[in-house]
Design a protein around this ligand. Structure first.
Ligand SMILES: *Cc1c(COP(=O)(O)O)cnc(C)c1O
Length: 438
C-alpha cells in the first residue's frame, strides 16, 4: 500500500481525539502476554491494552469460542431475538455476582455505554435526577457517563447538572481524610444536595485512572450506609478492576460492599467490545426499547465473554491474580530501596500503581515528563505500560491475568532499568513531547 510505517500512517489518518499514545509502540500482532511490534520485536505487555486483554492475546479459549460463534451466528442483534451465548453469559454473570432479589442484565459494547445506560435508567426508574461521584473517577466518554466522571480528561466538557463530585480519600496524600469526605457529604445532604433528589452514587472500588488509589478501609462501606439510609442506589463500576483482576472475583468484595448495580467492561470481552450492567429488576425492566444498541449482546462478543468467565474459573485466575500480583508488587516495592523517585507501590492483585515523587518527605508528584520518559524507556527496553493519575505521576500495571512468574521478574527488571536510565538523564524532553496524553 505504501512505504510508510504503520505509525506514520496512523499519524495521518487516525483522529487525535481518540488517541492515548504513551509510546511509539505500533503493534502488528500479539501472542500470549506479548505484543509484536511492527518490525517483529516482541514486548512484554504490562498494560493489558488498558484492561481488555485480560487473557493476553490469542488465548485459545477466546479464539475457539469466537470462531465457532461467528461460523453460525444466531442473528446479530439481541434486541430482536434472544441468542444462546448472550443468555448464558447473563446467567453466568448473575451466578458469580452477589446481590439480592430479582436482577436483570443489560449488554453494551464498552464501559462508557454501560455507565451511560445505568445513569439513564436510574434517573428514569427512580424519578431522581442527581448523582454522586468522585473527583478523579473515570466512568466513560459518552455524554451520560462523562457527565458523572471527575477525571481531568473530562474538563473538555461540563459535568452533568446536579452532579455532586466528592474528593476520593487517598491514604498516600491524605489531603481529605475519609472522615472529612463523609462530613462533607453530610453537610451537602443537609444543605444544597437534598438526598431525596439523588438517584445513585457511582463508585470505583479502586480508583484506576485517577491514580490507582486504594480507598482507606471502611470508607466505601460508610459511604454505602449513608446513601442507603436515603434510598440512594449504590453503583459499583468494576469495568477496569473487576473479574479476578483485584485478586477477588469482584473488587467491591474487598470493601464489603453490597451494590445495587454492577457495571462490567474491558476484560469481560477479552478484547472484543462487550460490557454489562446487572441491576434490580424494578430498575432494569423500567421500559422496553429504552436502552437499545443494535449489535450489543451480539452472539460473537457474548461468546468471548463466556470464554473469559470459563477461563477465569478453569485457570484459577482469581487466585493467580492475587498470587502473581503480590509477587509483582513486592518486586516493584523492592525497587524503592534503589530509586528515591518511587514514593508508593499500591493496588490489589494485578492492578498495581507506582506513585512517583520528587521528594519522599513532601510526596510532591514528579512532573508528567518524568513519568512519560519512564514509559518511553520501558518501551525501548521491551515492555509496554502506561501512566495514570490526575498529576500524571503514577505508572500503571494492568497486565493480562495470565502473567507468569518469569514475566514478573522480566517486567520488574525493565522498570528498574528504565527508572535508572531516566534518572541518569538518558531520555530527553524531546523524546516524549508527543506522548504526554493526560
Ligand atoms: C475504561 C473505563 C470505563 C470506560 O470504558 P470504555 O470501554 O473505555 O468505554 C469506565 N469505567 C472505568 C472504571 C474505566 O476504567
Amino acid at each position: 500500500m505504501s512505504n510508510l510505517s504503520l505509525r506514520e500512517r496512523d499519524a495521518t489518518t487516525i483522529a487525535q481525539i481518540g488517541k492515548l499514545r504513551f509510546s511509539p509502540l505500533s503493534v502488528v500482532g500479539g501472542r500470549g502476554n506479548r505484543l509484536i511490534e511492527e518490525g517483529g520485536r516482541s514486548l512484554l505487555d504490562l498494560s493489558g491494552s488498558a484492561g481488555p486483554a485480560i487473557l493476553g492475546y490469542g488465548h485459545p479459549a477466546i479464539v475457539e469460542a469466537v470462531a465457532a460463534s461467528i461460523r453460525d451466528m444466531a442473528g446479530a442483534s439481541l434486541l430482536l431475538y434472544p441468542n444462546e451465548p448472550a443468555v448464558s453469559l447473563a446467567e453466568r454473570l448473575l451466578a458469580i455476582t452477589p446481590g439480592n432479589g430479582e436482577r436483570r442484565v443489560w449488554f453494551g459494547h464498552s464501559g462508557s455505554d454501560a455507565n451511560d445506560c445505568a445513569v439513564r435508567v436510574l434517573q428514569a426508574a427512580t424519578g431522581r435526577s442527581r448523582f454522586i461521584s468522585f473527583i478523579g473517577s473515570y466512568h466513560g466518554n459518552l455524554s451520560g457517563s462523562m457527565g458523572i466522571s471527575g477525571h481531568t480528561a473530562m474538563t473538555h466538557t461540563l459535568p452533568r447538572p446536579g452532579v455532586l463530585l466528592l474528593p476520593y480519600p487517598d491514604p498516600f496524600r491524605p489531603q481529605f481524610s475519609a472522615e472529612a469526605v463523609l462530613a462533607l457529604l453530610d453537610y451537602q445532604f443537609e444543605t444544597t444536595c437534598p438526598p431525596h433528589q439523588v438517584a445513585a452514587v457511582f463508585i470505583e472500588p479502586l480508583m484506576s485512572d485517577g491514580g490507582l488509589i486504594v480507598p482507606p478501609p471502611g470508607f466505601l462501606k460508610a459511604l454505602q450506609e449513608r446513601c442507603r439510609r436515603h434510598g440512594i442506589r449504590i453503583v459499583v463500576d468494576e469495568v477496569k478492576v473487576g473479574l479476578a483482576r483485584s485478586g477477588m472475583m469482584h473488587c467491591f468484595q474487598h470493601e464489603g460492599l453490597t451494590p445495587d448495580l454492577v457495571v462490567f467492561g474491558k476484560g469481560i470481552g477479552g478484547g472484543l467490545p462487550l460490557s454489562a450492567v446487572i441491576g434490580p429488576k424494578e430498575i432494569m425492566d423500567h421500559a422496553p426499547a429504552f436502552a437499545l444498541q443494535t449489535t450489543a449482546g451480539n452472539p460473537v462478543a457474548a461468546s468471548a465473554g463466556n470464554a473469559v468467565l470459563k477461563t477465569i474459573d478453569r485457570e484459577g485466575l482469581v487466585e493467580r491474580s492475587a498470587r502473581v500480583g503480590t509477587l509483582f508488587s513486592e518486586a516493584l516495592r523492592a525497587l524503592a530501596a534503589k530509586h528515591e523517585i518511587i514514593g508508593d507501590v499500591r493496588g490489589r492483585g494485578l492492578a498495581i500503581g507506582v506513585d512517583l515523587v520528587k521528594d519522599r518527605s513532601t510526596r510532591e508528584p514528579v512532573p508528567a515528563t518524568t513519568t512519560a520518559k519512564i514509559i518511553y524507556r520501558g518501551y525501548e527496553l521491551g515492555a509496554a505500560f502506561t501512566y495514570v493519575g490526575l498529576k500524571a505521576n503514577v505508572l500503571e500495571f494492568m497486565p493480562p491475568l495470565t502473567l507468569i512468574e518469569d514475566e514478573v521478574t522480566e517486567g520488574a527488571a525493565i522498570v528498574d532499568q528504565a527508572i535508572a536510565d531516566v534518572t541518569a538523564g538518558k531520555v530527553s524532553d524531546a523524546d516524549v513531547v508527543s506522548f504526554m496524553m493526560w
